[in-house]
Design a protein around this ligand. Sequence first.
Ligand SMILES: C[S@@+](CC[C@H](N)C(=O)[O-])C[C@H]1O[C@@H](n2cnc3c(N)ncnc32)[C@H](O)[C@@H]1O
Length: 368
Amino acid sequence: MTRYIATCKLGLESVVAGELRRLGIEPERVEDARVTFLGDAAVMARACLWLRTAERLLQEVAAFEARSFDALFEGVRAQNWKQYLQKDSFIHVNGKSAKSKLFSVTDCQSITKKAIVESLRASYHTQVLPETGARVIIEVGILRDVVTLALDCCGAGLSRRGYRTYNVTAPIAETLGAAIMLLSRYNAELPFIDPMCGSGTLPIEAAMLAQNRAPGLNRAFAAEAWPFLPGGTFVRAREEAMDSIVQTKVQILGSDIDPHSIDLCKKHAKKAGVMLEWKVCDLNALQTGWENGLIACNPPYGERMLERREAETLYRDMRRVFDGLPGFRVSVITSHRDFEKVYGKRADNRRKLSNGGIPCTLYQYFRD
Ligand SMILES: C[S@@+](CC[C@H](N)C(=O)[O-])C[C@H]1O[C@@H](n2cnc3c(N)ncnc32)[C@H](O)[C@@H]1O
């Protein structure tokens, strides 16, 4: 059995663990910003395709202590790299380090690469490794002097589902959007409205959840090019994911005051393969015939888009408009520290989350 590491934003570890359990994969350890699990290649391919809230999936090669560059070099060289890398593999090393003696990430990356190359030269009995073949991304991560060597299964981060372009102001990451929907206990029976939907992330993530659509269906993964992967691993996982789609009719509305945003939303939804309603609408004109649903939104914070005062006026408008909708639960993510005061109501639940490095809180209001 191989160990896999699903990395995630701080605060979302239990959400990732819950997703794994629903996929029938038992988490091994839930730690800061990562959840590990054991499995085979088929399990890895399913996790790549289905994890909505993890940032990356890594396949562990080894973990060992290193407090010097020599120890790092020897630890890396000691691994059997031939089982993962061919003579001509293009080797790309990513690195990160925290709370460790070896803190220079660029030095750790180049030492790791040198040690891998030396190991491969010995294994393949050659001095020449042309690196003209398929790219394999290796991560050297060091935390509290423990080095974890891993293969990056994803390539582009899991946030990149392939449906969204990045030409609106302040879009939320797809992984965070999915996490907000899961934390808000969205399900296909619930009417859902995002009245400030921007590029459409929350409504599209909701529709994909409702239709049991694997978020990775429309993109490629680095692991698909691994020469050592059993043939057909991803083909079977994709077939299973296609068969799992439920063509259910959803009650989901994304609206925004900006017509350009709504144009983009329509394009993004088409790419994502989901059908839902879009409308150009000022929050203050929001009306619906739906009842007992969920509103989730990511309004301007007053630091990146509107000025603080304008954001606060909007938060007061939100309270008035949302209170007028019958039986709706509300989830709002913002970095505004006095959100509850301005909105005029204490949240039933608060959860600290990070949005693009900005410390935020998800405020949740259950039904009255
Ligand atoms: C932070 S962005 C939302 C980003 C979105 N979650 C995404 O992933 O792309 C905030 C959005 O609120 C919209 N907005 C601002 N004031 C509004 C209002 N009065 N009525 C409706 N939408 C408004 C903006 O046009 C903007 O698209």
